[in-house]
Design a protein around this ligand. Structure first.
Ligand code: R5P
Length: 300
């Protein structure tokens, strides 16, 4: 049984030190001292000095870039703790590889299935994540996984900081529509969904024109991930063509790689708001309450 108040330890991995400490504090656990080293040849070494046995341990480790290093750190820590007899719950605020949830082109490895398998092999008994990319990605897990939503927390941030006035909330593609709809209900605005096509070979994004008029309106583009910024910058350019006054980008996971900020600024995006599932300068919204609230509901 996972009883977060009775459970003793929490390990905050290097990708989620701050968020891990917050969750540790809110669950009244003891922080497991750990050391994560990278050797000059790129190998990873993990040391956890305290012995744990027969108890529930939470590991908080996100898997934003460097993705594979953060994953290996998680596998090593989970394996070590489970070998000692701990029942490991992995809190993976941003779960990498979730976008590779099917074979889009012939021969492609369904990476999230491999990640799920490796987590299980490392002794992870349960995964808690935030705004996983798709339900299909979750279907690859043969053990419990739950995705909590950061959308209510993002919406509260927008309201409290009065970032927009009677906005149009924009889902840049079909996958973003559910999250955008919830966001629009919470901030009180109208929602529109655009239609996106990504070239599966080059990664280039094209967003089809939309009939909606945005004359003088604020627009918030809501997505789960901003990675290279291709999706949001394409959407923002279209929204300005349709008369938008201000365009703001809102996402759960601000990966912001490969010149994403420059792309977004060049497309006129005024603000970029993300959460601390990824430690970054865009992480204005804290997801620790969302995660802890879910942990408190687990009873098995
Ligand atoms: C894909 O469907 C996701 O929901 C995001 O739209 C995508 O990952 C964003 O990537 P990028 O910023 O590189 O366009």
């Amino acid at each position: 049984m996972l009883d977060i108040l009775a459970g003793k330890y929490l390990l905050a991995g290097p990708a989620s030190e701050e968020l891990g400490r917050k969750i540790c504090h809110k669950t009244g656990r003891e922080l497991l001292e750990s050391e994560f080293k990278v050797f000059p040849d790129g190998e990873t070494k993990v040391t956890i000095r305290r012995k744990v046995s027969d108890c529930d341990v939470l590991i908080v480790q996100s898997t934003y870039p460097p993705v594979d290093r953060h994953l290996i750190q998680l596998f090593f820590a989970a394996h070590h703790l489970s070998q000692e007899g701990a029942r490991v719950t992995a809190i993976i605020p941003y779960l990498a590889y979730s976008r590779q949830d099917k074979e889009f082109l012939p021969g492609e490895v369904v990476s999230i299935g491999v990640v799920a398998h490796l987590l299980r092999s490392a002794g992870v008994r349960r995964v808690v994540t935030v705004d996983i990319h798709s339900a299909e990605a979750m279907a690859h897990f043969s053990f419990p996984i739950f995705s909590v939503s950061a959308i209510p927390y993002l919406a509260t941030y927008f309201k409290e900081n009065k970032l927009v006035e009677n906005p149009i909330v924009v889902a840049p593609d079909f996958g973003a529509s559910k999250r955008s709809e919830v966001f629009s209900r919470l901030v009180g605005g109208q929602m529109v969904q655009l239609s996106k096509k990504r070239d599966r070979v080059t990664g280039e994004v094209k967003i089809a024109s939309s009939k909606v008029s945005l004359e003088g309106r604020d627009a918030v583009i809501v997505d789960d991930i901003i990675s290279t910024g291709g999706t949001v910058s394409e959407a923002a350019s279209l929204l300005y063509k349709k008369g938008a006054r201000n365009v703001i980008a809102c996402c759960t996971h601000p990966l912001m790689v490969d010149g994403a900020e420059e792309k977004l600024r060049a497309a006129g995006v005024k603000n970029i708001v993300g959460t601390n599932t990824v430690a970054s300068k865009y992480s204005f919204v804290d997801v620790s309450d969302a995660i802890v609230s879910h942990l408190k509901t687990i009873d098995e």
